[in-house]
Write a protein that binds this ligand. Structure first.
Ligand code: MN
Length: 247
């Protein structure tokens, strides 16, 4: 699907929505993400493309179960609750919801920011991981872009992990492609993400994201976030990062 086709859903808002003076921003995300009914209100918890134990030993099955069926489910439920009756946003994909959150009514803005971010971030996180040995490698084009931006793949990994380590409290580390096409490493607090224009310090297309909330690793690693981040590289699904990069 083209970016124009993806946006057509937002342009075709119902008449009732016209009373609301919003101008939907295009999400600077993967333009191939379909604006299908599965990716619109009411949002649903996605299935994992692997079993809950498939990412062991990097991430244990119990953590995967609680993380998705409790934490992620709560973000989905609370996002749907916040957007209930909000006709202006009923046809938006989750990417568009995130991109437009800063201009939403104050009564729902924080709930959508936290839970819409929570839903997008986790849905992306699950598919950005794959059982060890199955995630492929960075494509030549992505590897070249990473070398150009960060010096080498090892330096990229060190800087990305450092962003995760330096995130005080809960949040995410990201590799993004900015509007000018360059790659950057960034970090957001809570469930904010790089799609959130007007909220995130650096906005762009998220290519890779790592959840550094304690709920992502505490059962197995307790306080050892560095060990979690180190082991996490074993289960990165580079095939999906390549797809998001467009190579
Ligand atoms: Mn999480």
């Amino acid at each position: 699907m083209t970016a124009m086709a993806a946006l057509a859903g937002a342009a075709a808002l119902p008449a009732a929505a016209c009373a609301s003076p919003i101008s939907p921003q295009s999400a600077p995300s993967d333009p191939r993400t379909p604006n299908t009914k599965e990716n619109r209100m009411p949002f649903t918890l996605p299935e994992l493309p692997y079993t809950e134990s498939a990412l062991e030993p990097s991430i244990d099955a119990r953590t995967m179960n609680i993380h998705r069926t409790k934490h992620h489910q709560a973000y989905v439920d609370n996002l749907n609750k916040a957007l209930e009756g909000q006709a202006a946003y009923a046809n938006m994909s989750i990417e568009q919801v995130c991109a437009n959150v800063a201009s939403m009514p104050e009564s729902i803005r924080l709930a959508v920011r936290n839970n819409g971010g929570g839903h997008f971030n986790h849905a992306m996180f699950w598919v950005l991981m794959a059982p060890k040995g199955t995630g492929g490698a960075p494509s030549p084009a992505l590897a070249k872009a990473i070398d150009a931006a960060f010096g080498s793949m090892d330096e990229f990994k060190a800087k990305f992990s450092d962003a995760g380590m330096k995130r005080f409290g809960s949040g995410w580390a990201w590799l993004i492609r900015k509007a000018d096409g360059s790659l950057a490493i960034t970090s957001t607090p809570n469930q904010d993400n790089p799609l959130m224009t007007g909220i995130a310090d650096a906005t762009g297309t998220p290519l890779l994201g790592c959840d550094v909330w304690e709920h992502a690793y505490y059962l197995n690693y307790q306080n050892r976030r560095a060990d979690y981040l180190k082991s996490w590289w074993d289960i990165v699904n580079w095939n999906e990062v390549n797809r998001r990069f467009g190579s």
